[in-house]
Write a protein that binds this ligand. Structure first.
Ligand code: C5P
Length: 223
């Protein structure tokens, strides 16, 4: 199993999916699970800052994310919401929602269940998130923490938003990335950080393919 952690704009999702396909392994996007809970919170009219109410919504929501690197899906209570969970409203709500300890407990348990299920049937799994190497799967054979400079991350995020028709400009992209990073790395419940035994890869000056080649070699060595 490969644990792939790091902030947004590091190429994490693209790298995780391509690496999984290359290794013929499964894939789990844990960020999509937190985004599904954030969408459920917004749809129910709950205040994302109301921890007890958010936990209640999380308990009631039916989350379904695919584990195929080719066509990952995201469903909330049976409805395909893959596009909606990438929108600005969910992206703003997801950090406070994911800082609620009960939400993390629920999702970490579900993530471990999915990982065990996939590992029982295939060669391996690439799991991406913020706390995979530290909390969800501390025994992962390979732990990678992707980083990139703030400028590079903001410009990648801005380009992604523009490509998806959500263009907000470089300034706004930079502010949103900074805000989310700050919340994710300073929260009390499992803050984002590299595991002590993680390989830290700075992707600022690397293409996606260069990152995948490097990680593919590491994964081949560590199994
Ligand atoms: O990876 P992605 O940008 O989709 O993650 C969305 C949000 O979900 C992150 O900003 C973070 O707040 C939360 N998250 C988390 N733990 C994970 C994955 C995502 O707290 N393992």
């Amino acid at each position: 199993m490969v644990a792939l952690d790091g902030p947004s704009g590091t190429g994490k999702t693209t790298v995780a999916r391509k690496l999984a396909a290359r290794l013929d392994a499964g894939y789990l996007d844990t960020g999509a699970m937190y985004r599904l809970v954030a969408l459920a919170v917004l749809r129910s009219g709950t205040d994302p800052a109301d921890a007890a109410a958010v936990a209640g919504v999380a308990r009631a929501a039916r989350l379904d994310v695919g584990t195929s690197p080719g066509r990952p899906h995201a469903r909330l209570d049976g409805e395909d919401v893959g596009a909606e969970i990438r929108g600005a409203a969910v992206t703003t709500a997801v950090s406070p929602v994911s800082a609620v300890p009960e939400v993390r407990e629920l999702l970490v348990a579900e993530q471990r269940r999915i990982i065990a299920e996939v590992l029982a049937g295939t060669a391996g799994i690439v799991v991406e998130g913020r706390d995979i190497g530290t909390v969800v799967a501390p025994d992962a054979a390979l732990k990678v923490f992707l980083t990139a400079s703030a400028e590079v991350r903001a410009s990648r995020r801005g380009a992604q938003d523009t490509a998806a028709g959500r263009g907000t400009g470089a300034e706004a992209a930079r502010a949103a990335v900074d805000r989310r990073d700050h919340l994710d790395s300073t929260r009390a419940a499992s803050p984002m950080r590299a595991a002590e035994d993680a390989v830290v890869v700075d992707t600022s000056d690397l293409s996606i393919d260069q990152v995948i080649v490097a990680l593919g070699e590491l994964a081949g060595r560590r199994g």
